[in-house]
Design a protein around this ligand. Structure first.
Ligand SMILES: [Fe+2]
Length: 345
């Protein structure tokens, strides 16, 4: 179970399942087919070896071929002489120039329902598959079913999570008429910058959410100030400045979002210590916040505001460069430039 539980990424889980199946069965190769419920077909999700791309273009009807039979009946099967078995579909061998000598095939069931089929092909050393193989393979398939279902649930949860974050962000955009599309652009820029910085995958996820939610605290700012169609007075500006702390407080309620709080709370800090809310300097400012800061400011500069016109892209880039080392982190600005030059911004 260990190899299957150590990761939740769906593709990884599927690939590992087939590798484990092939190894366990001492087979030459193996594959995982999944049921497409709408089309009532089986498609190859994973196929080990160099024929994978070709195999993946093949689909089977339910009931077609050995795998189709196993999927339809929900029963396991050993076929040691495929040529003599009328159920055997020779199309796969035909297209891949592979020779199936024998195969063992088990259904993958979640709550009694067949979601796919695992198969191992060609027992090593010219041997036949045995009843013992079948019972081993079936218990592996049960584990695979659990791992696949967990991975699916996990992925669904993550999608819902991003959508929830996006709808929160949309709530604030709907109130603030001057920032239409701002959140989406900031998120796009942040992710482009991240490609040129040594961020771990998990940090990229945090960055994405922090970018989506960076101004969520504006929900707590009164309309009179938030929607003022002119430059703010120093007092009003003081009120607006609360939004980064407010945003941090709002998302702090969600335990799973704790890691993005710094990205939201410090997105208006400047490396020279003249930002807010804390006046943090240089390396004391979390990297996520420094990235959001560059994306946010670039978008603010390149869009029209009620009291000024947008700068051209070139002018905004110049400004980012000029403020690298004072307002912005130099490395983040450099990453931004690289992304820009490569057409990602
Ligand atoms: Fe902000």
């Amino acid at each position: 179970g260990q190899i299957l539980n150590s990761t939740l990424e769906q593709q990884e889980v599927r690939k590992r399942a087939v590798e484990a199946a092939t190894q366990l069965m001492k087979a030459e190769t193996g594959s995982l087919l999944l049921v497409d419920e709408n089309k009532e077909k089986l498609y190859f999700e994973v196929a080990l070896g160099d024929k994978e791309e070709t195999i993946k273009t093949i689909t089977l009807d339910l009931g077609e071929g050995i795998a189709g039979w196993v999927a339809q009946k929900g029963k396991h099967l050993i076929v040691n002489s495929p040529k003599k078995d009328a159920r055997f579909y020779i199309g796969v061998d035909g297209r891949t120039k592979f020779k199936t000598r024998n195969l063992i095939c088990v259904p993958v069931k979640v709550k009694q329902k067949v979601i796919g089929v695992l198969e191992a092909v060609n027992k090593q050393d010219g041997a036949d598959f045995t009843e013992e193989d079948l019972s081993l393979f079936s218990s592996l398939a049960d584990q695979v079913a659990i791992a696949l279902d967990n991975a699916r649930l996990y992925q669904e949860q993550e999608v819902m999570f991003f959508q929830t974050a996006e709808s929160l962000a949309d709530a604030i955009e709907k109130r603030d008429p001057y920032t239409g599309g701002h959140t989406q652009r900031v998120t796009l820029y942040s992710l482009a910058i991240a490609r040129y910085l040594p961020l771990k995958p998990i940090e990229k996820k945090w960055l994405k959410i922090a970018s989506v939610l960076h101004d969520i605290g504006k929900i707590g700012i009164e309309d009179q100030i938030l929607k003022k169609p002119a430059q703010l007075s120093p007092e009003e500006y003081g009120v607006i400045k609360h939004h980064s702390d407010l945003g941090a407080e709002i998302i702090d309620h969600i335990r799973q979002l704790r890691d993005i709080v710094p990205g939201v709370k410090y997105h208006h800090e400047k490396v020279n210590g003249r930002g807010y809310p804390k006046g943090l300097k240089g390396e004391d400012i979390p990297l996520l916040a420094k990235i959001v800061s560059v994306s946010d400011t670039y978008d603010a500069m390149t869009t029209d505001r009620p009291y000024r016109k947008a700068l051209t892209k070139e002018a905004a880039l110049k400004e980012l460069k000029r403020c690298g080392g004072s307002q912005f982190d130099r490395k983040v600005v450099e990453a931004f430039m690289k992304a820009y030059r490569n057409g990602e911004i």
